[in-house]
Design a binder for this molecule. Structure first.
Ligand code: HEM
Length: 299
């Protein structure tokens, strides 16, 4: 398995280099090509893009970066974490494959996020080597995430489908505003986790595609040109707008995900490291799943 993953990454890297070498945008025609892009028939999204880029994107990112942790800091201080014993019965919920896929996604994100912020605040960091390095690492660490996003989508798809119980979960925000340990009738993944799943998967795929579009600049997609009628430069602007807007949601929910699994539910993070979930935690927070496991004699 490891051998195939290494071969796949190597093939991907070679294909990128071969593509870039053949690409006009990286060669002598760079400036002419960029100028040419704006001359084609198109929606001319330039002013909209410039306005969003200059006035809003960086500020919204800053708001997410500071605002979301602040809300959770207050939650931690006012409501406090939910603490479950970790010495009782356990159920093996995440096998080695689940854990490996998840850990690759986690490591990728731990590089993608800070490097993404350095790119967004490139002016502040003074441009140059640091920002260029961040851009290259951002592109590089997209590869492992791109490799695991589909396996992750498939392995948790069934658990991530919404049901009517999820409406109730949203109405009480999963009981996270209460200091009490309320019994929540959720299945293996509660509504909040399902929401993260969909944002991570669909948002993640959107980020990969829009990111690749920007990374390779003249990655010509005739079909997209024909369907949308957009010139290459406008497609790039759409990619940049999508990458930013999706980025707000992905970053906000990623911070939420990490807060939940590392702070709000003390010790929950162990489940994705060892594979085991703790009985009381499952009984309180995922009662429907608990009943099913109990019936199957797994607790
Ligand atoms: C430092 C980073 C991360 C930590 C500490 C972390 C922690 C966890 C934990 C503890 C679980 C099991 C939840 C449970 O059953 O109670 C989990 C599940 C999950 N993780 Fe992560 N994770 C991280 C990064 C990521 C990333 C980058 C992605 C995807 C892009 C991701 C996607 C998911 C999904 C879809 C689930 C299943 C649904 C859910 O529990 O929300 N995680 N993670």
């Amino acid at each position: 398995m490891k051998k195939y993953i290494v071969m796949f990454i190597a093939a991907l890297c070679l294909a990128s280099v071969a593509y870039a070498a053949d690409s006009q945008i990286w060669g002598e025609m760079r400036i002419q090509n960029i100028l040419g892009y704006g001359q084609e028939e198109s929606w001319k999204l330039g002013p909209l893009f410039t306005m969003l880029q200059h006035k809003y994107f960086a500020w919204i990112f800053l708001g997410v970066l500071l605002g979301v942790p602040l809300v959770f800091f207050l939650h931690y201080k006012i409501v406090g974490p939910k603490v479950f014993p970790h010495s009782h019965n356990k159920h093996y919920a995440f096998n080695l494959f689940h854990r490996t896929v998840h850990q690759i996604a986690a490591v990728s994100f731990l590089v993608l996020l800070p490097t993404g912020f350095i790119i967004v605040f490139g002016d502040f960091f003074g441009g140059g080597t640091l920002v260029r390095m961040a851009k290259n690492l951002h592109g590089l660490f997209t590869i492992p995430f791109a490799i695991v996003v589909i396996p992750m989508a498939l392995m948790w798809l069934k658990e991530a489908l919404f049901n009517l119980e999820d409406v109730k979960w949203f109405m009480i925000l999963g009981g996270y505003l209460s200091k009490e340990k309320q019994i929540i009738n959720a299945t293996q993944f509660n509504a909040g986790q399902k929401m993260w799943y969909w944002v991570a998967i669909l948002g993640g795929i959107t980020m990969i595609l829009s990111g690749a579009f920007m990374f390779f600049l003249d990655f010509k997609m005739e079909m997209l040109h024909n369907i949308t009628g957009l010139s290459q430069i406008d497609l790039l602007r759409v990619a940049a707008i999508l990458h930013n807007v999706m980025g707000f949601a992905v970053v906000a929910l990623f911070i939420t995900h990490v807060y939940m699994s590392m702070f709000a539910i003390k010790g929950a993070v162990h489940s994705i490291i060892t594979g085991y979930v703790e009985e009381e935690e499952v009984k309180i927070l995922h009662n429907a799943w608990y009943k099913k496991l109990k019936d199957q004699g797994k607790f």
